[in-house]
Write a protein that binds this ligand. Structure first.
Ligand code: NAD
Length: 403
């Protein structure tokens, strides 16, 4: 396969070949998610109704919505066709909507030229990306949608992180041996619990809001100073450090070794006084920063709980094990995976609305799939197209380079 010299070259070559869109109605297919623990579905009946009203044909695999409590008959009533398995689902489908990335064998079931939209988690899914390239599939990765104002309604990272932050706070509260609110009772006064949130992005802010609603005293820290105002507006205390590590696109940059040392000192003191610590710190494309070292865990109160939302990308706590709950020095350390799947009814609803907005960019006024992806949201999120990997860092990884 020849690799284009630049991402620009890929973009300018973007053309899709479909049957004449004026005569062929667009078929949108939604498979049942098969990844372990995945309860979400890419589309909900409310969005199916909008799509069918606009003239699209929607096929849903039998029981695709069951895990999120959307039964087949609701999809049917919304105008979808229910099909029994992947064969009937994918045959002749133009667009496939997914939550989790396809596996290599799922890619093999797709017709050449099919458009797949969903989270692609490409760095950890290189074999499937390569197969999509070789089978000339067009894949849009929702995690690559730029965080610009116009794309807010398509921002699935944010909608799902919001849910993740909420679930993390509930998980922390339900595993904490203390009440979160202050209580004044005939049996005495109970002091409120202290909750510390490390990383105040989308998930962290939702965790702060949820812990505040449960009545806890909430402290939070982020390397981006801009997060301070948002933290304070939620009624939490922002822990200040003389560091501002705001990097490209509003994301955090990696800290220097000196900055890391300062950060760890301050974080350690805050962690030691917390009953619940929720960590969400992440740097795009890199391993999560370690904010809580083993020695700090040993200083925590007995019964304290750490919910490490960065578990899947290496963990913010040195003792976290992804997908497991461990007890160390009397502290419960939970390394959850896929928290949004724990509230699948609403996360599917939000995700489906994100997809509906995204689909609007792909269609022209007549309801046909556009043939040139010139919109900056489409070019940024286009992962694979026409036999090429369009996202430079993933192309480099596939060619044996470093990210
Ligand atoms: P993320 O998941 O990449 O990271 C979570 C948080 O961890 C971030 O706030 C980051 O600053 C923080 N972090 C990283 N390293 C840290 C460290 N060493 N110590 C403490 N905290 C650390 O972030 P996200 O939630 O996806 O949000 C990233 C940015 O995008 C934020 O600025 C957010 O406001 C912005 N955003 C913008 C839009 C938009 O539409 N304009 C939408 C969503 C998010």
């Amino acid at each position: 396969m020849s690799i284009p010299a630049s991402a620009q070259e890929v973009k300018s070559n973007i053309q899709i070949s479909l049957d004449d869109p004026a005569t062929v109605p667009v078929v949108i297919a939604v498979p049942r998610e098969r990844a372990p623990g995945e309860q979400r579905v890419a589309i909900v009946p409310e969005v199916v109704q909008k799509l069918t009203k606009s003239g699209y044909r929607v096929r849903i695999e039998h029981d695709a919505g069951a895990g999120a409590f959307y039964p087949d008959d609701l999809y049917l009533a919304a105008g979808a066709k229910i099909v029994s398995g992947p064969g009937d689902l994918l045959d002749g489908a133009h667009i496939v909507l997914r939550v989790q990335p396809p596996t290599v064998s799922e890619v093999d079931q797709l017709d050449e030229g099919t458009i797949v939209i969903g989270f692609m988690n490409a760095t950890n899914n290189l074999a499937a990306v390569a197969r999509m390239r070789d089978r000339k599939i067009t894949a849009f990765a929702l995690e690559l949608v730029p965080r610009i104002t116009r794309a807010q309604s398509m921002d699935a990272l944010s909608s799902q992180a919001t849910a993740g932050g909420y679930v993390a706070a509930i998980l922390g509260a339900s595993n904490c041996p203390k009440f979160l609110p202050m209580l004044t009772t005939a049996a005495g006064t109970i002091r409120p619990a202290t909750v510390l949130i490390l990383g105040a992005g989308v998930a962290g802010l939702m965790a702060i809001a949820t812990a505040k609603r449960l009545g806890a005293i909430v402290e939070a820290y982020d390397v981006r100073r801009a997060a301070g105002e948002q933290v304070r507006s939620l009624g939490a205390k922002f822990l200040e450090l003389e560091i501002n590590a705001e990097g490209q696109g509003g994301y955090a940059r990696e800290l220097t070794p000196e900055e890391k040392e300062k950060e760890q000192l301050m974080v350690s003191a805050a962690v030691a006084r917390a009953d619940i610590v929720i960590t969400t710190a992440a740097i795009p494309g890199r391993k999560a920063p370690v904010l809580i070292i083993r020695e700090t865990v040993a200083t925590m109160r007995p019964g304290a709980v750490i919910i490490d939302m960065a578990a899947e990308s290496g963990g913010n706590c040195e003792l976290t094990q992804a997908g497991k709950t461990v007890r160390e020095h009397g502290v419960l350390i939970i390394g959850p995976q896929n928290l949004p799947a724990q509230v699948p009814f609403h996360t599917s609803q939000m995700y489906a609305k994100n997809l509906h907005s995204f689909l609007a960019l792909l269609m022209d006024k007549e309801g046909a799939i556009i043939r040139e992806f010139s919109d900056e949201i489409l070019t940024a999120s286009l992962l694979v197209h026409a036999g090429e990997v369009c996202h430079e860092p993933i192309r480099a990884l596939l060619n044996g380079g470093k990210p």
